[in-house]
Design a protein around this ligand. Structure first.
Ligand code: F3S
Length: 277
């Protein structure tokens, strides 16, 4: 069986940057997981004494706080800054962007729509910057239920969402409201990994998607691969591999979510190459 890696996979710019910041800072605590990858978080704790706090309520007494790639709610950031904690901000610049847009547009009187998952930390953070709150929706049917108070609407997206679905949302709004400001805040790193995963899944007999099971962009990659290759499996570590997946297969495609480090990918590819088909 041949193993082929996607043309683009794994760590994105924002995650690489956050890990560098954490490695350089050392002896610090992150508010929430720095990135969505448990193995990398364990490595940072063991090698650099970077601990993960569940949330800001656990931050009392810490000296240094690193803000994770997905960002945190504005009031939590302000609380940290007002305390004696040294704050090192590793929020991805592509996440800071929709935060800034929500703040600015809500100050200008626009109602804010965020296309994304209301329970995702990135979205909770972005939403907190809208001065009068925001509507978080995942579909046009959710949008249909909203009664906007004015005719000015600004819309942003969670960075990891599909562009086609974002266009459905923005199209709906533009048909119905006089003044709609659309900000495409979907991250290119997501596109690149998604496009490459799609191409790979078209030709592979089995696809292994490597990444955290709680990582939104890894789950998206998995769902794209499944559209083109039914035998697509999401694994977090080599322990999740099931040899029966590879029976009679000629080409195994491998891709990885945006917060999956190379050392995990190498380990898993090594393990796959040992499997007898
Ligand atoms: Fe940032 Fe995009 Fe990565 S938003 S954290 S560069 S997937």
């Amino acid at each position: 069986m041949r193993i082929k890696l996607a043309a683009s996979y794994g760590f994105c710019f924002g995650v690489k940057r956050a890990i560098k910041i954490a490695e350089n800072t050392q002896n610090a605590s992150t508010i929430g997981p720095l990135i969505h990858n448990n193995e990398e978080i364990n490595r940072l704790r063991e090698n650099f004494n970077v601990k993960t706090l569940h949330d800001i309520s656990e931050a009392q007494g810490i000296e240094r706080a690193i803000i994770r790639t997905h960002g945190i709610p504005k009031k939590d950031l302000e609380t940290l800054k007002q305390s004696k904690v040294e704050v090192i901000n590793a929020t991805c610049p592509y996440v800071t962007k929709p935060q800034e847009i929500c703040e600015k547009m809500s100050q200008e009187g626009y109602e804010i729509v965020i296309f994304g998952d209301a329970d995702h930390p990135e979205v909770r953070g972005v939403e907190s910057y809208a001065i009068n709150g925001a509507y978080v929706v995942q579909s046009v049917s959710e949008l249909e239920k909203i009664k906007f108070k004015c005719y000015k609407v600004a819309v942003v997206s969670q960075t990891t969402r599909k562009i086609s679905e974002f266009l459905d949302i923005t199209g709906y709004l533009q048909m119905r409201y006089k003044e709609v400001r659309v900000f495409n805040t979907i991250c290119n790193a997501t596109f690149e990994n998604q496009d490459a995963a799609r191409e790979l899944a078209k030709e592979a007999d089995v696809v292994i998607v490597i990444g955290g099971k709680n990582s939104s962009n890894t789950k998206q990659l998995h769902s794209i691969c499944k559209e083109y290759c039914a035998d697509s499996f999401l694994v977090e570590s080599e322990k999740d591999l099931d040899p029966s997946w590879f029976n009679q297969k000629q080409l195994c495609g491998v891709t990885a979510g945006a917060s999956t480090p190379d050392w995990i990918i190498e380990k898993i590819v090594g393990k796959i190459s040992e499997i007898k088909v």
